[in-house]
Write a protein that binds this ligand. Structure first.
Ligand code: PLP
Length: 402
């Protein structure tokens, strides 16, 4: 089957100048950062082109992006987004930091669930927040006991605290269920910890039997961050929408400098994506569904792996193949993936591989991987089986995890 990911050749992709295609030398196959190997959606191309032709390159105005996102949310998730109470930010991580600043003070704690998107740690530390870990369980789902303990520590002596939830979870693709979110909500009430949900990957659920549950529909005082940038490959045209739950009034204090940092071109591109990009997104989802199955088959000779519930990341447990498989894959296979340890110590011995790419590239990538691991390995890997590996594996790349 040919999918949207088979539209562009490797040669065409190598003309791109973004992080994915320029961080490593040209003999390295880059399956690391969260960029997709797809052509851009026609409605987005038209919106950006028309804006440039109009010279429409001033400052953003109005609720257009929030309205477009609300329309998308109503159609895809039957979720009524409160447009008037939502706020814009330059991108999701800027939005996350600003929401955390509204909910907590300097030196207060924010709980995260590693292995998780590495900028959760770096951005929060940069914002002067103390990080408390509540790692995912071995089943790659939220560990409610760990959260209970972490929330207790974070809110000790009545301090303000927040939980930065990743829903869906990067890198595992875990979709949190309504029951899990309700349990998190109960813990947040018990400890007075506010929930901030990064929902940037929410549109990327390629399997019909899996369902994204918007956090604020279950936890009424949570605040969620959304963007079209992952699902529509728009990291170059960033924008984000902060959506408050029905009981969250905090965004009334959204600071002007944050609202002023929003890029008009990003707003227009993302508005077009949310409004008219449905057919493109459906092609992406069909392609991801196909790629997940393809990758599963390709990996069979070396390991048992199942496609994730969401996102385009394969979180591969390669602990049986040495402590730093990403380094071996880069050095010996010229294949760039994200080292698992950069997502937290729990990720040591794992790698994150981005499968939003063509059949040809994926096939080449797995051939490189099996060749390298065939030399390093202990055979077939049925699942987690060895100890957690080293405290921290070196980041072989210094590259963005995306
Ligand atoms: C979970 C998560 N949050 C945020 C981002 C980055 O979003 P932005 O570029 O809008 O800050 C990414 C990028 O891959 C991500 O995976």
């Amino acid at each position: 089957m040919r999918t949207i990911f088979d539209t562009l050749t490797l040669e065409q992709l190598r003309t791109r100048t973004s992080e994915k295609w320029r961080h490593y030398p040209a003999d390295v196959l880059p399956l690391f950062v969260a960029e997709m190997d797809v052509p851009q959606a026609e409605p987005v191309i038209r919106a950006v082109h028309d804006a440039m032709v109009r010279g429409d390159t001033g400052y953003p105005n109005g609720h257009g992006l929030a309205e477009a996102m609300a329309g998308f949310a109503a159609t895809r998730w039957d979720w009524a987004v409160p447009v008037e109470r939502s706020r814009l930010a330059a991108d999701v991580m800027v939005g996350v930091v600003e929401v955390v600043r509204l909910l907590t003070g300097p030196g207060d704690a924010v709980v995260i669930s590693p292995p998780v998107y590495p900028p959760f740690t770096t951005f929060l530390q940069h914002a002067g927040r103390h990080i408390v870990h509540a790692p995912l369980g071995v089943d790659r789902r939220l560990d409610l006991d760990a959260l209970d303990y972490a929330f207790g520590r974070a809110s000790l002596h009545g301090r303000r605290a927040a939980y930065l939830l990743c829903n869906p979870h990067n890198p595992t693709g875990t979709l949190h269920t309504a029951d899990e979110l309700a349990a998190v909500g109960a813990l947040s009430v018990k400890h007075g910890v506010r929930v901030v949900a990064d929902e940037i990957h929410a549109p990327l659920v390629p399997t019909p039997d899996a369902q994204f549950v918007p956090t604020t529909t279950v936890i009424p005082d949570a605040i969620a961050l959304h963007s079209a940038s992952k699902a529509f490959n728009l990291a170059a045209l960033r924008a984000a929408v902060a959506v408050p739950g029905p009981e969250a009034t905090d965004l009334e204090d959204w600071p002007d400098p944050v609202a002023d940092g929003v890029m008009h071109l990003g707003v227009m591109a993302q508005t077009a994506a949310y409004t008219d990009g449905g057919a493109f997104l459906d092609e992406v989802l069909a392609g991801l569904h196909h790629n997940g199955k393809l990758l599963q088959r390709l990996l069979e000779p070396v390991m048992v792996w199942e496609p994730p519930q969401s996102t385009y990341f394969a979180w591969l447990d390669l602990r049986a193949f040495g402590d730093d498989p990403a380094r071996s894959l880069l050095k010996d296979g010229r294949l760039a993936v994200n080292p698992g340890a950069t997502f937290g110590v729990e990720g040591a011995g794992h790698v994150r591989l981005n499968f939003a790419t063509s059949t040809a590239i994926l096939t080449d990538a797995v051939s490189r991987l099996t060749t390298v691991l065939g030399g390093a390995g202990h055979g077939h890997v049925p699942g987690p089986q060895r100890g957690p590996g080293p405290e921290r594996g070196p980041d072989v790349s210094g590259a963005r995890p995306g």
